[in-house]
Ligand binder design. Sequence first.
Ligand code: PAF
Length: 293
Amino acid sequence: MKVVETVAELRAARAQLSGTVGLVPTMGALHDGHLSLVRAAREDHSAVIATIFVNPAQFGPREDLSKYPRTLAHDLQVLEKAGVDLVFTPSPDVIYPRGFQTWVDVTEVTQRLEGEARPGHFRGVATVVAKLFNLTQPDGAYFGQKDAQQVVVIKRMARDLNFPLDIVVCPTLREPDGLAMSSRNVYLTAEQRAVAGVLYRGLNAAGQLYASGERNPERLRQQVLRTLRGEALVGPEYVSAADAVTLEELHTISLDPLLLSAAVQIGSTRLIDNLVLPLELNNRADLSRVMGG
Ligand code: PAF
């Protein structure tokens, strides 16, 4: 496995890869969820490039950029074991050199949900991902379902800017109590961790309600909220039942795939999670097709 830090090294190493290339962009602090993206990319392509870059542009002024977990040595070890061919680990000035002033702004699907809670976040995500697509020229790029709105934004950007690649969405990997794997879970204290599974329990309870025939989006949202309110340490921020393509909040019964998502605050940690309904769609092929259209 080759590890490179500069644009020139990356371009040279990319030119050596033959066949199709799958890209797995990450911010490091890798867990099994990331490795499932690598496995999917390995299955689909002749070569896999992973990137590790904690992107300052997607953190707000009051967010966790300086304390975001950084575990580079461990990350490189697991990527090598997973069969990655090339890893790009740029520093911030490689991605945003002095004088940098060009941004990618996806204007509509970024307005609500995470976009409302984290102004500027998706501009940072779209810009860095567009740069990584340009730099690595992949045939497919792999993202986790957990960051559902990110997937929708990236798909929109890839279509609008004519990036010739497939966006593949891999299902969320979960801990035994249902908590979605996330690099930010390490921030939870033992007491907070013990109740964090409620986020999935709430979404799943609404998923079961849907499976039993309920199609009223408001009743689905209320089911999630009722479950979340059962845990005193958990502060619900939003619960959304939205169209999985446009992310518009649904107010009437819908036959289309629905993105049920929620954000909660537990102590100083903010967690997000989602399920696509019907529940049978939460697999790689269907998620890649229905999320963001
Ligand atoms: O999902 C992430 O880890 C990041 O948002 C990404 C896609 C690597 C862009 O920095």
